[in-house]
Design a protein around this ligand. Structure first.
Ligand SMILES: O=C(O)Cc1cc(O)ccc1O
Ligand SMILES: [Fe+2]
Length: 434
């Protein structure tokens, strides 16, 4: 039967560090010592290796964990197409991609009884999951705990809550996150999401490419931005639940389902360096200009997924946290620019300094490669005339998923974009030559 909390550590027990080699057991003696695959694991547990990188990946990039579970994952009936989650993973269509800038208001409230999975709307995607490259941006709105279990074979999932906490119950442990925190579930790890506050909204970044890692710091030095010690990995937790459990998985862009006669969240012990984690954005050590000019936003990179081209990210996850603006003789908000990288942005709370209005918490903006963008007229006017005293941008948290691959909006997204986004850059006064 269901024995959540007594069967191991309760939610809220975490181990610090990013990408560490962790050993954790919810039942003493469950974890083999000195070998991965003993002939007869303790208690008749089943051994399983979960690989997040190729067996032969260089050692510093190699990520895998060993799981010791009540039943082997291999024991399952065939998958058939899943009929729910109508706005999840619908594909982006073959129509030519217009170069237009686009912006979206938050999605409408969900129908009552919608869980996190069925409450997902896919907004933007680039590349095919089978390419093992690219990223997708989904939003969710939900008001019901999941009974079923989900697994994404197409990529790792980065949760960015915007309203309401999430209790992410995974094969490798439980993570509770609130708005202002983020969490990552590796590709292939099964989980369900409960809503401690009854409702929840937010974003999910799905990364098909190289695993998110901490960026190199270059001249910044050995410390700064997101520090490794502030990431938290849950200890082992399992449920012993012999009841029918629906499993839904995303595989090659479509959703599939099967039903097990037990819960697959049955990993009693595990060790390795492929694991879920959570991180509090308030721990981000924000670095900026203390002289003049507005630095490139790469200074705010929290996580990076590299592509095959050095320095050109498959996806950078970048945040715009509260910070002091002190630069002298400087236009302080983001400048006008055109970028070879494609920029998808979301807003967790507050107001973004380049957009006076129209970019609401829960909304999204898209500036694909070479799209001219930057401050809207109101922000430009204000910042051009501001008294340049030290000023704190406070109470705001925006993020950007910057990708070398242009994003395609889904057909739902195209049908629901704001109609007049271009107008925010209308009516700039012409420069006057002497
Ligand atoms: O377009 C945006 O708002 C994101 C952004 C922020 C910034 O500070 C500099 C460049 C940039 O693309
Ligand atoms: Fe930009």
């Amino acid at each position: 039967m269901h024995q959540p909390s007594d069967a191991g550590a309760t939610a809220g027990t975490y181990l610090p560090g990013f990408g560490n080699h962790v050993s954790t057991e919810a039942v003493p003696g469950a974890l083999p010592i000195g070998r991965n695959s003993p002939q007869r694991p303790a208690f008749g547990l089943y051994t399983e290796q979960l690989s997040g990188t190729a067996f032969t990946a260089p050692r510093h990039e190699n990520r895998r964990s060993w799981l010791y579970r009540l039943r082997p994952t291999a024991e399952h009936p065939p998958y058939t197409r899943y009929a729910g989650a109508a706005r999840f993973a619908p594909g982006t269509g073959d129509a030519p991609l217009a170069p237009n800038r686009l912006r979206w208001d938050p999605v409408a409230a969900c129908a009552p009884g919608t869980d996190w999975l069925d409450g997902i709307t896919t907004m933007l995607a680039n590349r095919d999951p089978a390419d093992l490259e690219g990223v997708a941006l989904h939003v969710y709105a939900a008001d019901t705990d999941m009974d079923r279990v989900f697994m994404d074979a197409d990529g790792e999932l980065l949760f960015v809550p915007q309203a309401g906490r999430l209790d992410v119950v995974t094969e490798l442990g439980r993570l509770v996150i609130a708005p202002g925190q983020i969490a990552l579930v590796p590709r292939g790890v099964r989980f369900r999401v409960a809503l401690p506050d009854g409702t929840a909204r937010g974003y999910v970044v799905e990364n098909h490419g190289g695993l998110f890692r901490l960026p190199d710091l270059g001249p910044i030095g050995a410390n700064g931005l997101a520090n490794a010690r502030d990431f938290e990995t849950p200890v082992a937790w399992f449920e012993d639940h012999d009841e029918p459990t629906q499993v839904v998985q995303k595989f090659m862009g479509s959703l599939w389902t099967t039903t097990l006669d037990h819960s697959p969240l049955d990993v009693v012990a595990w060790h390795g360096n492929l694991a879920p984690w959570r991180y509090d954005l308030a721990r981000f050590n924000t670095i900026g200009s203390v002289s003049f000019d507005h630095p490139d936003p790469s200074i705010f990179t929290l996580l990076t997924s590299p592509s095959d081209v050095p320095g050109r990210a498959n996806a950078d996850f970048v945040i715009f946290p509260p910070r002091w603006m002190v630069a002298e003789d400087t236009f302080r908000p983001p400048w006008f620019h055109r970028n070879i990288m494609s920029e998808a942005m979301g807003l967790i709370t507050g107001a973004y300094d380049a957009k006076a209005e129209g970019f609401a918490p829960g909304g999204i903006s898209l500036h694909n490669l070479m799209a001219g963008h930057g401050p809207d007229l109101a922000s430009w006017t204000g910042a051009s005339n501001a008294d340049l005293k030290p000023h704190k941008i406070d109470g705001a948290m925006a993020f950007m998923v910057e990708s070398c691959w242009p994003y395609k909006p889904t057909s739902y997204a195209l049908d629901h974009a704001q109609l007049d986004y271009d107008a925010v850059w209308a009516d700039f006064p012409k420069a006057k030559l002497p």
